[in-house]
Design a protein around this ligand. Sequence first.
Ligand code: NDP
Length: 518
Amino acid sequence: MAIPKFKNEPPTDFTKPANRRAMEQALAKVKSSFGKEYPIVIGGEEIYATNKLNSYNPSRPSEVVGVFQKADEVLANKAIETAAAKFEEWRWVDPKKRADYLFKAARIMRKRKHEFSAVMVYEVGKTWPEADADTAESIDFLEFYAREMLRYAGPQPVTKIATEKNELVYIPLGVGVVVPPWNFALAILTGMSSAAIVTGNTVVLKPSSDSPMTGWMFFDLMREVGLPAGVLNFVPGSGAAVGDILVAHPKTRFVSFTGSKEVGIHINELAAKVQPGQKWLKRVVAEMGGKDAIVIDDQTDLEAAAQATIASAFGFQGQKCSAASRAIVVEKVYEKFLDVLKEKVEKIRVGMADEQANSMGPVVNEGSMHKILSYIEKGISEGGRLIAGGRRLEGEGYFIQPTIIADVHPKATIAQEEIFGPVLAVIKAKDFDEALQIANDTEFGLTGGVWTKNPKKKEKAKKVFHVGNFYINRKITGALVGVHPFGGFNMSGTDSKGGGRDYLLLLLQSKSLSEKIR
Ligand code: NDP
């Protein structure tokens, strides 16, 4: 049967009572298994360790979503050895068969999508639509990378010569260590893991310590579709302890990492060191932080621009690598734009992520909350003018008001460092050209956008705004698989373009085959 063309999974319309009920049922189901314990799984063997890792609900931190095992050095080594042994079988499995596991997983995830979303509502504090979008993106990755593998498995163009039969084929690399973040707890984890699996590699998956339950959901789904034991190994544990062992192991062939700049740099350095017995240079695919900006020109619709800025800055509490953390506004409309922003931000309702009425939930954990609050203080102490928010909300959860700080100097700490929370720094620029210069003046280069009606300015911005994902007259978050291949420049990462046609190449090597025929 022909495989239909890839298309993105549509978002769920929660205004429909049936969808609302389905989500409520999924939330109840997930809640009913709070506190359950889940094993490490290596080569199909379920292992319970002495040290445990609790996953908490950031809306109500007294609730334990799940109890996980903390892998140690022995288990980390065992996981790599197991994956290395399994690679000797998995590498020869027909790519079509490998793709079928992903297609099957996509079908099941689609059927049970609210359950996957509900886990993220509880584990990382996503609101319903944000969790739904994360699950939809995960389904997209499975569907997209499965098709991509079929494309790479097909005949590849090489120049013909009369005397030889020549071919180029793509083969897998080996054992991949997959280290995802908690923020797209399902989508990034699914994307990085499924891409490695479908290309014929075996995987040691170390989920984020903030979202092991979501990682478990994916792992369990792959067991359900019959993925052979040992192809995907589930090894939660502390990044600093277990992560280093996995990355440094001589049998690790590549590392797929998404997370902060600091950890990305550390992994890159560690992976570069050749260990005794190691037969290759490791590949590192590292997608890291951002300091993403929206430039607001005077020739624009300020209402629409403010709406898009709010959505980009405060969606999922600003905890997206693509989130707008700087609005750079042309002098002429600066105060007017601030007024519109203020009016809109005050309408945002912050509260428990599982209550549908709330449009912002908590930030992910206590450490993160304190870090964000100290950035707010720093922003004000460095001369910023507090326009909205600035405080933690009463109660148990890690709730921070959506915060806008104006008159921020382009070199101020909050204009340069990634905060990863609901804080927008507003910077004044004399004109559009200066705004673009300010936008490029950080060490990052992930997403960015401009709001202008002027065609010349659009063209200039397309050329000079140095980011991996650039947007005009829309929000700067919400990249879609296949539509907006995603990845950044400079300290935002290796520009791997997840959800794009080049991505699987990073996990493959090509072999040139030549036979003399005349
Ligand atoms: P972190 O860098 O803190 O953690 C990411 C992952 O790395 C976690 O699984 C963590 O494990 C693990 N880790 C930590 N230390 C090590 C180590 N020494 N060796 C191996 N693994 C380690 O990032 P966050 O999870 O907080 O995610 C937020 C960050 O991710 C932001 O900077 C954001 O911009 C970035 N991001 C980038 C994206 C992009 O496409 N460019 C997309 C999404 C997020 P543990 O949890 O156990 O510490």
